[in-house]
Design a protein around this ligand. Structure first.
Ligand code: DGY
Length: 321
């Protein structure tokens, strides 16, 4: 029996790639930049399995050109880069990598909460540029994290993990979620509230919802204007959940105190993006799951899901409805 064929769009960790030899004939895109669209279209049309990342757009055009494709295994928990509806219609399985990155992503959200509140990046630049001439009672004052109100938008696994960290800081937790989660209210001592109420009452608003038609632009001018002047917005979900132009106005005109961002409307974020000129905006380059353990877990899951589908078993992390 010939082995099934797969195309892997990035050299992911050996914890995953090491599972493939002998079970699938595969090729890896070896460059550090995303695979060219034309190459992806051509390679995908020759295989039964794709192991891809969030940089690859798996849309109707690609799926139409790949009649032999059986599975798209995404090396990410988010799968807004894949047209799941079109894949499902064509009988293509779609999988993701939940759980293994929950803690790493919650940690980065909390890192941004602390770094933004205590102005860590700004302070680092201040010191290194020689501006530190004396200790001063008013030097680089920040916001308190302890006992503040944290508003979590999207109470999934990552939202829950952020709430657990917040408990250690005696924060009061509000959350907004599409479906009622009385279990989370009980477990976390948190209160589920409408989005507007969360925005009005929170000192920190942290976004943990997936990107979908429903959440695109969820936080725009109206929402930002509802937030406290002292509040900080944290986004570790997907850039398009926030209207970036409105966020720039909110941070530069002090409607809110600042923002901590791991994700952007366009990635890599162009260096002329106005938000990058603001001291009250802390930015990092989509590092939510960027720990060795999380990435090894993602690689392993992505490979296992790919193999399961190609070997006729049900993948553990199927996202098709
Ligand atoms: C995900 O898994 O969706 C992350 O954004 C990638 O690290």
């Amino acid at each position: 029996m010939p082995l099934p064929k797969a195309y892997v769009t990035r050299r992911v960790q050996d914890a995953g790639l090491g599972l493939l030899p002998g079970r699938v004939e595969f090729e890896v895109w070896e460059k550090t930049v995303p695979v060219d669209r034309e190459v992806l279209l051509e390679k995908a049309s020759q295989v039964q399995g794709l192991l891809c990342t969030l940089s690859d757009r798996i849309d109707e055009e690609l799926l139409a050109r790949c009649p032999g494709l059986k599975v798209v295994s995404n090396y990410a928990v988010g799968y807004d880069n894949i047209d799941v509806e079109a894949a499902t219609r064509r009988g293509v399985l779609v999988t993701n990598t939940p759980d293994v990155l929950t803690n790493a992503t919650a940690d980065i959200a909390f890192t941004l909460i602390l770094a933004s509140a205590r102005r860590v990046v700004e302070a680092n630049e201040f010191l290194r540029s020689g501006d530190w001439v004396t200790w001063h009672p008013d030097l680089l004052l920040g916001q308190d994290v302890s006992e503040a109100v944290l508003g979590i938008v999207g109470m999934g696994k990552i939202g829950r993990a952020v709430a657990k960290r917040a408990a250690g800081f005696s924060m009061k937790i509000l959350f907004f979620n599409r479906s009622p989660r009385p279990d989370m209210e009980k477990e976390l001592g948190a209160r589920q509230v409408p989005l507007d109420e969360l925005l009005r009452e929170s000192d920190f608003v942290s976004l943990h919802c997936p990107l979908s038609a429903e959440t695109k632009g969820l936080i725009g001018e109206r929402e930002l204007r509802m937030m406290k002047k002292s509040a900080i917005l944290i986004n570790t979900s997907r850039g398009p959940v926030v209207d970036q132009k409105a966020l720039y106005r909110a941070c530069s005109e002090q409607w809110i105190w600042g923002a901590g961002l791991d994700v952007f409307e366009k990635e890599p974020v162009p260096l002329d993006e106005p938000l990058l000129s603001l001291k009250n905006v802390t930015t990092i380059p989509h590092l939510g799951s960027a720990t060795i353990r999380a990435r090894e877990g993602m690689a392993r899951k992505a490979a296992e899901n790919l193999l399961a589908a190609l070997e006729g078993r049900k993948p553990a992390d199927l996202v098709n409805p």
